[in-house]
Design a protein around this ligand. Structure first.
Ligand code: NAP
Length: 348
């Protein structure tokens, strides 16, 4: 199959960007990706494998400093931004103006509600342009937005925690089978790579190893995405993330009360119907639960559940790799949908 499009990655030296570089290198439809470092900086590192020896030995992954002229000269069709939110907020409009499709892995363009967006504290230099750009963004979970993603100019790749929770809840919430007045509790745990490669005191080995801690209770940035995508009100959701002493992977345990008593088979059928034709969601049969280790290094979101004998108390468990289905893999999946290719192209 001849390669058809030219991709580029900004932020390839970061965790999500590196994963993208690795996935794009084996994508049959993508030419070798252009891997950018920061604007105009003469990079101290010329090759990605100097930072990540995992990718040495296959002809190399040269890095080059980001310049719009280089982007044009290389004929880039799709630009992946694996950059901090503020950087994506500034660069996406300019990339769109250059006629390039953008798939942004940050939270810059995911939210519609300005109240939810306020948590990012964006200071847009050109607010009107930012609003115009936001209006073009399609939320990047293919399982929910397949049609809008086709031919999208800007994809706001979904957050990692948000993906694990939204995919677990969407079938039942959309079918109105959940007692929302009772509230939904999402207890999520993530490996440390979710915080990016720059260690802080909170993510330092000494703080994380042999430990488990909760953080950002009632004010995690992904809360707004979950509310918007599921059509929930803030008081209907309690989401608490935790830091796990492992490098990667997310497990979300989600506590739900069903609107009326159901049989496990009916819950399973609702989920199977919803995800028919969605190859990147793996549903476990009733009573079987996924674990983080099953989905590591894959683009699967694994979902399982157990229903209490009363038929109303439901626990859903959802697992994914935060750097793959939670970031780079989902970005590639979004690109596949955007261009009308097999959704799993380059991801199997
Ligand atoms: N980690 C995850 O699990 C995950 C999941 C979903 C989404 N995301 C999102 O993906 C994005 C990248 O996350 P990450 O975890 O890969 O972060 P990271 O490991 O900290 O990497 C950040 C990347 O951005 C580059 N960068 C930083 N400031 C820049 C600037 N001013 N101009 C251009 N490039 C700049 C860094 O370059 P240097 O190497 O030169 O510093 C690095 O390549 C973030 O928006 C994050 O929220 C991450």
């Amino acid at each position: 199959m001849p390669a058809t499009i030219q991709t580029a990655v900004v932020g390839a030296t970061g965790y999500a960007g590196f994963e993208l570089a690795r996935l794009l290198a084996r994508h049959p439809r993508a030419k070798k990706a252009v891997l950018f470092t920061r604007t105009g900086e003469a990079s101290a590192t010329a090759q990605l494998d100097e930072l990540y020896p995992h990718v040495s030995g296959n002809g190399g992954y040269p890095l080059e400093p980001f310049r719009w002229e280089t982007l044009r000269a290389k004929g880039v069709d799709v630009l992946f931004l694996a950059t901090p939110h503020e950087v994506s907020r500034e660069w996406a409009p300019e990339a769109l103006a250059h006629g390039v499709h953008v798939i942004d892995l940050s939270g810059a363009w995911r939210l519609e509600n300005p109240e939810y967006r306020a948590i990012y504290k964006f200071h847009d230099k050109e607010p009107a342009l930012a609003e115009k750009t936001a209006a073009q963004a399609v939320y990047g979970i293919p399982e929910l937005h397949r049609d809008e993603l086709t031919n999208a100019a800007l994809v706001a790749n979904a957050g990692c925690y948000a993906t694990s929770i939204i995919l677990a809840l969407a079938p039942l919430v959309r079918a109105k089978l959940v007692d929302l007045d009772h509230g939904i509790v999402c207890d999520s745990k993530s490996g440390v790579s979710g915080a990016g490669k720059q260690p802080t005191q909170k993510t330092h080995f000494v703080e994380v190893a042999e430990n488990l801690s909760a953080y950002s209770v009632f004010n995690h940035r992904h809360t707004g995405e979950i509310l918007e995508q599921l059509g929930l009100q803030p008081e209907q959701l309690t989401f608490t993330p935790h830091l796990l002493p492992i490098p990667r992977g997310i497990l979300s345990t989600i506590y739900v009360r069903l609107a009326s008593a159901m049989q496990p088979a009916a819950v399973e059928e609702c989920m199977r119907e919803f995800y028919a034709g969605s190859p990147c969601v793996r549903l476990f049969s009733a009573g079987k639960l996924p674990q983080i280790q099953y989905s590591l290094h894959t683009n699967y979101c694994d979902i399982g559940f157990t229903l209490a004998p009363d038929g109303r108390r439901l626990v859903i468990v959802s697992c994914l790799d935060n750097l793959v289905k939670g970031a780079a893999g989902q970005a590639v999946q979004n690109m596949n949908v955007m261009f009308g290719w097999d959704e799993e192209e380059g991801l199997r």
